[in-house]
Design a protein. Structure first.
Length: 163
């Protein structure tokens, strides 16, 4: 990319000495980026993207994934750098475990018959936003573990098995 070995100075133009292999002093990449946008695109990232053919109908995030520079989450539409995907997945996994635990706790405490709408309402009341598909998956797992028994062959209706 750039040859810092010959300059050893920050590329924003501040003349700060920088370490080997670096191009900017800490935080100065953002200063240079903002200055570039101010000079060439009226300080607007939207104008920069538009000048390169990107926008709502041609997202730059899709281009980053197609170029192999970014990844797409396997579970949702989130796109980001590989490290961002790892952080995103850690948050998703933590939230999913907490959500599943919350539903299982409610099923155990309340007992009775559970259909997707009851599970969805229970999790909504706890501050989550589950899909019906997710509730069905949790019910299947709870049935596999022996907590629930499916009582209707054609619908996702389960009954808590008293232990």
């Amino acid at each position: 990319m750039t040859d810092t070995a010959t300059t050893n100075r920050c590329y924003c133009g501040c003349q700060t000495a920088i370490g080997y292999g670096r191009t900017f002093a800490a935080g100065h990449d953002k200063i240079a980026e903002a200055a570039y946008l101010a000079v060439h695109h009226n300080g607007s990232v939207a104008e920069l993207l538009k000048s390169q053919g990107y926008g709502p109908d041609n997202p730059v995030t899709d281009a980053a994934v197609e170029a192999g520079a970014w990844k797409k989450c396997d579970h949702c539409d989130y796109k980001g750098a590989p490290e961002s995907i790892r952080n995103h997945m850690a948050k998703v996994q933590k939230a999913e475990n907490t959500q599943r635990e919350s539903l299982e706790k409610s099923v155990r405490a309340l007992g009775g018959t559970w259909d997707p709408s009851r599970g969805m309402q229970t999790l909504r009341d706890a501050g989550y936003h589950p899909s019906e598909k997710y509730i069905r998956e949790v019910y299947r797992r709870l049935a596999d573990s022996g907590l629930l028994e499916k009582v209707d062959e054609h619908r996702a209706i389960y009954f808590v098995i008293e232990k």
